[in-house]
Design a protein around this ligand. Structure first.
Ligand code: PEP
Length: 250
């Protein structure tokens, strides 16, 4: 299975010229690892139409669930699809934390993405205070089951849906999750999917880790914690570091 390496540029960079510069550098660097990795750049929507590569696929960072209509400021699944996006991040902790994303809207967005044949990258993760209270497992179970409510196994399978474990306290902090802890969570997520659907589906699904990944720790999450991919924020804007991550992950 190819390793799925996803770049989340968040609200960066500031101009199309910079976006193209970073994208082209990533495209060039990723070429060497194209047999062992699938690389996706989730850029701000305004740049999507202007970015194109052979190695790198495109993804959205968020979307609304309706197809079209009076929803000022929103982007629909069909729009992402028409902008050549094959992936979309759903339920990122910054959406949940700053923009009132709920388990219910995450569920609607997952269904919307699947209906438009866009592969959802479902993000789940506990906050620092939930972790402190010993609620990690409970939170993750709730988030996964709510996101996949009334989504049939066949649709999960054909869409290629991935689950990204992104502990909120590890995002953008430089404080990545310890490998053994991440491995326990990976096993838990597999179990949740196996219990809801089936073991074969959980074995085929790609689980990603995200949260302060860099060139020094990337390998641990793949080799030791056994994740099938990585979701990378800050480091994905630095081409040399991002390529180092891919190299360590494959
Ligand atoms: C993210 O935004 O999904 C993320 C993992 O960010 P960072 O790599 O900067 O922690």
């Amino acid at each position: 299975m190819k390793k799925l390496i996803v770049a989340n540029w968040k609200m960066n960079p500031m101009s199309l010229a910079s976006a193209k510069l970073i994208f082209n550098a990533l495209e060039k660097g990723a070429k060497k690892f194209s047999k062992q990795s699938e690389v996706v750049v989730c850029s701000p929507a305004v740049y999507l139409f202007s970015l194109a590569g052979k190695q790198i696929k495109l993804g959205g960072q968020n979307m609304f669930y309706e197809d079209s209509g009076a929803f000022t400021g929103e982007i629909s699944p069909a729009m992402l699809k028409n902008s050549k996006c094959q992936y979309v991040i759903i339920g990122h902790s910054e959406r949940r934390g700053y923009f009132n994303e709920t388990d219910e809207t995450v569920n609607k967005k997952i269904k919307g993405a699947i209906a438009h044949k866009i592969t959802p990258i479902l993000c789940v993760g506990e906050t620092a205070s939930e972790k402190k209270q010993g609620k990690t497992k409970e939170v993750l179970k709730r988030q996964v089951l709510a996101a996949l409510k009334a989504v049939p196994q066949k649709k999960v399978k054909t869409s290629g849906l991935c689950v990204a474990y992104e502990p909120r306290w590890a995002i953008g902090t430089g404080d990545a999750c310890p490998t053994t802890e991440a491995q326990t969570i990976k096993i838990l997520l597999e179990k949740i999917i196996a219990q809801k659907y089936s073991r074969p589906l959980s074995q085929k699904m790609r689980f990603l880790y995200g949260g302060s990944v860099n060139g020094d720790n990337a390998q641990d999450f793949i080799q030791e914690a056994k994740f099938q991919g990585l979701l990378i924020g800050g480091a994905s804007l630095k081409p040399a570091e991002f390529i180092r991550i891919i190299k360590k992950a494959v």
